[in-house]
Every structure is written in structure tokens, then in C-alpha cells.
Write a protein that binds this ligand. Structure first.
Ligand code: HEC
Length: 169
């Protein structure tokens, strides 16, 4: 069937979008200054570094057998934060990334799960996401599970190896 041109809609929709844009920009704040942006970036990198340290065993509660994430997931490899939320076979439901982190803490590491809203969990997420920067977000993609993370830019944050577990520095 041939599409019929509807002039009312053709004008109304762009007008609506323009109005929304105009009112949006009126209430927007000033752009961040360089100082503010630097501060935000520094705060983020602090947390990324905390995540790096946790990944390599800095919180003993997360492991009952001496294993750290870095032993099996060097450079956050095969942790695939960009593929969550997704269906996980052994839980028979769609889970968020942090739940899979807790699964690994409790099973392969025989440790105590992190609260999903804890700073440590946010740090883990910040570290893993930092190493996956630039990869497309592909919720549900299971096929990347065993592929390593391409670490092209070095760590990009000022950490020293913890000496615990497997350090890939
Ligand atoms: C002894 C090895 C081992 C250790 C240590 C380990 N994992 Fe895992 N991890 C696995 C295995 C095996 C799987 C696949 C499990 C599955 O799919 O059922 C996995 C899966 C995952 C996944 C899901 C990846 C995906 O794409 O589905 C995440 C996220 C993850 N691990 C994070 C972690 C974190 C964070 C730690 C440290 C707290 C950790 N793992 C420690 C072996 C390990």
C-alpha cells in the first residue's frame, strides 16, 4: 500500500522536537569547567584503581581459597560487562553484571558476596568497564564469553600490583 502524506503530523512532530530541545537547553547547566572535569576524572580513576586492587585480592573477605578474579580473568578478560544484563544458564534467569561477580566470589573463590550497591562493587564495575571502554554494548551476547579483552592503552590508572593473585601489569 502507498503511504499517504500527512501534513499535520509532518509539521507537528518537528515542532514538538524543537520545543522540547529549546526548553531542555534553557534549564541545562553551564558546561563543566576543565577543573571540574579533571576532578570528576580523578575521582573515577581512584575507583578504577580500587577495583583493580579488589580484582587482585585486596579484600580478603571476597576469597576463602586464595583465588582472586585476576587468576581466571586477567585484565578483566571474559568478564564481559558490556554484555549484561543477560540470561545466565546456571541461574536460569537474566542477571545484572554484579550478580555474576557475586556468583564467582561465592563459587570459584568460596568468599563472601559484595552488596550490589556497595562502593567495592561499584569499583569492580568501574575497573571492568574501564578495560572494556570503546567496545559496543551488546546485552545478551554470550559468544564473547571466552575472548580476551584487548588492552590497547595500558591500564590508564596509577596502580601498583597488589602482589596477590595474578597481576598482568
Ligand atoms: C577459578 C576461576 C575463576 C575465578 C577466580 C573467578 N571467575 Fe569469574 N568466571 C569463571 C568461570 C568458569 C565463568 C563462567 C561461568 C558460567 O558461565 O557459568 C566465569 C564467569 C564470570 C562472569 C560472567 C561473564 C559472562 O560473560 O557471562 C563474570 C562477570 C565474572 N566471572 C567475574 C568474576 C570476578 C569479578 C571474579 C572475582 C571476584 C571472578 N569472576 C573470579 C571463573 C572464575
Amino acid at each position: 500500500m502507498k503511504a499517504t502524506f500527512k501534513p499535520t503530523l509532518a509539521i507537528a512532530v518537528p515542532l514538538f522536537v524543537l520545543t522540547a530541545l529549546a526548553s531542555g537547553s534553557a534549564s541545562a547547566r553551564e558546561p563543566f569547567s576543565k577543573e571540574e572535569l579533571d576532578k570528576q576524572q580523578a575521582k573515577l580513576l581512584e575507583l578504577v584503581e580500587q577495583g583493580y586492587n579488589l580484582w587482585h585480592g585486596s579484600n580478603p573477605e571476597m576469597s576463602g581459597n586464595g583465588l582472586a578474579c585476576g587468576n581466571c580473568h586477567p585484565d578483566a578478560g571474559a568478564s564481559n560487562p558490556q554484555t549484561f544484563p543477560k540470561y545466565i544458564q546456571n541461574m536460569n534467569r537474566v542477571v545484572q553484571w554484579g550478580e555474576m561477580v557475586n556468583w564467582c566470589i561465592q563459587n570459584p573463590q568460596a568468599g563472601k558476596a559484595l552488596a550490589l550497591e556497595s562502593e567495592d562493587m561499584t569499583a569492580m564495575y568501574a575497573y571492568a568497564m574501564n578495560l572494556h571502554r570503546g567496545l559496543p554494548i551488546q546485552p545478551g551476547l554470550a559468544s564473547l564469553q571466552t575472548k580476551p579483552v584487548p588492552v590497547k592503552y595500558g591500564k590508564g590508572f596509577p596502580s601498583k600490583p597488589s602482589g596477590i593473585g595474578f597481576d598482568t601489569k
